[in-house]
Design a protein around this ligand. Structure first.
Ligand SMILES: NC(=O)c1ccc[n+]([C@@H]2O[C@H](COP(=O)([O-])OP(=O)(O)OC[C@H]3O[C@@H](n4cnc5c(N)ncnc54)[C@H](O)[C@@H]3O)[C@@H](O)[C@H]2O)c1
Length: 433
């Protein structure tokens, strides 16, 4: 049971450890470090070295503005002994069968278990299925520490809601959910997280509610995108321009402004599988969630089929069939290429004997090569039969029709998955979803 008061942390008599300093853990650690004594632990020495040099390769934060905070970063695990609150923000991906891969979380929880003392609290920030914190993490903590949940230590859950690449919805501007294994810990965490965000802290009635709320937020997005992906196919079959439909429908006050597209990344394209696995284990099902995933997963194949069909029907003479893909990350203005659908599209087109140039001004070429075995081109070269605008990066918004005409043939096709160039490209065949 948590036996500490927030004042002990404010007076820096006790420390808070943040475990995992990536897209979510780093902003959290820095926010907390403005008020508390923080240990920012990451098991990747390169990440720590980079942070200590004041550089965040994710480009979410510019640390040289905050030199006083740099000493908090460490990859010396023994530093965790100084902490009484442990906040875990490590990745929770899926495996190749789309089943939750909890190995990284398990390792992080085991590490914390080794340093857990009577009166401490462990908070999970990673996205998990309802029941994971209490049924998966707690037994590991008990086994490794020899302590007992409820009697010796407490648990909390606070899902991360930041939106990388979005300067408006940063950690300090988004409401936080908190939940805990007992009332005293809930009060403590509610007070603690008020120092993280100015947008308010919502105390959930249980850890399972907070876990499910996080999944719900992302599943709702996935289902809405799937609906528009389905409608886009339906309207094209009916000979109706989908883009014009969205524009018209959006004039109604309660129309939700989603767009069809490639639902990739490590949240929207992962979190629904956490729910689906948990529900199936209990003998239940969530058909709409499953169908939304199926529809969204099929999008890469649908776009590739469109490219191939156009190549075969328009460019019948033997020649190199070249495609330019603009954008490699999973969403605009981020460097993150985890579960990135443009990379999947590039590989699918390559396996169909097309030449593919992939251009992205933001992402790191080494990451692209490591994750997808693809080489990033610094710019377009020569002429392409098809261009796919895959990601709506701010840098691409500057592109004018002249650019598209300069690297295509009169008969080339521009596939715009972002819809941003509707009305801009008049002298090439233009297709959007
Ligand atoms: N990135 C987002 O937009 C976002 C938003 C909301 C929620 N989430 C969730 O937050 C969690 C973390 O995601 P992320 O994007 O911050 O991941 P990330 O890959 O950016 O960062 C995770 C960090 O944890 C470190 N790490 C891994 N194992 C560790 C261990 N045992 N000990 C210490 N450090 C360890 C890694 O080296 C890495 O630096 C995931 O569950 C994710 O689903 C992410």
């Amino acid at each position: 049971m948590l036996n500490k008061l927030l004042n002990q942390f404010l007076e820096k008599l006790d420390a808070i450890a943040v475990i995992g300093l990536g897209y979510t853990g780093l902003p959290l650690a820095l926010q907390l470090a403005k008020h508390f004594s923080i240990i920012g632990y990451d098991n990747d020495p390169q990440r720590i070295q980079q942070l200590q040099q004041g550089c965040d390769s994710n480009q979410e934060l510019t640390l040289h503005q905050l030199p006083a905070l740099l000493p908090v970063f460490t990859n010396d695990i023994s530093q965790l002994a100084k902490a009484s609150v442990f906040i875990i923000a490590v990745p929770t991906p899926v495996d190749k069968n789309n089943l939750p891969d909890l190995l990284i979380l398990k390792e992080a929880v085991e590490q914390v278990g080794k340093f857990l003392k009577v009166g401490d609290c462990v908070v999970i920030e990673s996205t998990v299925y309802p029941g994971c914190t209490e049924d998966f993490c707690a037994p590991i903590l008990e086994k490794v520490s020899g302590l007992q949940l409820g009697k010796d230590f407490s648990l909390g859950y606070s899902p991360e809601r930041i939106n990388p690449g979005d300067a408006v919805h940063h950690i300090g501007a988004v409401a936080k959910l908190v939940a805990a294994s007992d009332t005293a810990t809930l009060v403590f965490l509610t007070q603690l997280y008020q120092y993280v965000t100015e947008a308010g802290v919502h105390a959930c009635p249980s850890i399972r509610v907070a876990e499910a709320a996080k999944l719900t937020e992302n599943i709702q997005r996935d289902v809405n995108i799937a609906l528009l992906n389905e409608l886009s196919v339906a309207y094209q079959t009916l000979g109706v321009d989908p883009g014009a439909v969205w524009e018209a429908a959006a004039t109604k006050w309660n129309f939700l402004p989603f767009r069809p597209g490639l639902a990739g990344g490590h949240c929207i394209s992962v979190d629904p599988y956490y729910l689906l696995t948990a529900i199936k284990e209990k003998g239940g099902k969530a058909s709409m969630v499953e169908e939304a995933r199926r529809i969204n997963e099929a999008m890469v194949g649908r776009i590739a089929a469109q490219v191939l069909l156009y190549m075969q029907s328009t460019f019948t003479a033997p020649c190199n069939k070249r495609v330019l893909i603009l954008g490699a990350s999973f969403k605009p203005d981020v460097k993150d290429v985890r579960n990135s659908k443009p990379l999947e599209l590039a590989n699918l087109l390559l396996s169909n004997n097309l030449e593919v140039d992939l251009v992205d001004p933001i992402v790191d070429g080494h990451h692209v090569e490591k994750i997808a075995g693809l080489k990033l081109s610094s710019q377009s070269t020569g002429y392409y039969q098809v261009i796919v605008i895959a990601v709506n990066h701010s840098a691409f918004k500057e592109l004018k029709e002249g650019y598209f005409c300069s690297c295509t043939f009169d008969t080339s096709l521009v596939i715009d998955l972002t819809g941003a160039f509707k009305g801009v490209i008049a002298n090439r065949k233009y297709w959007t979803i």
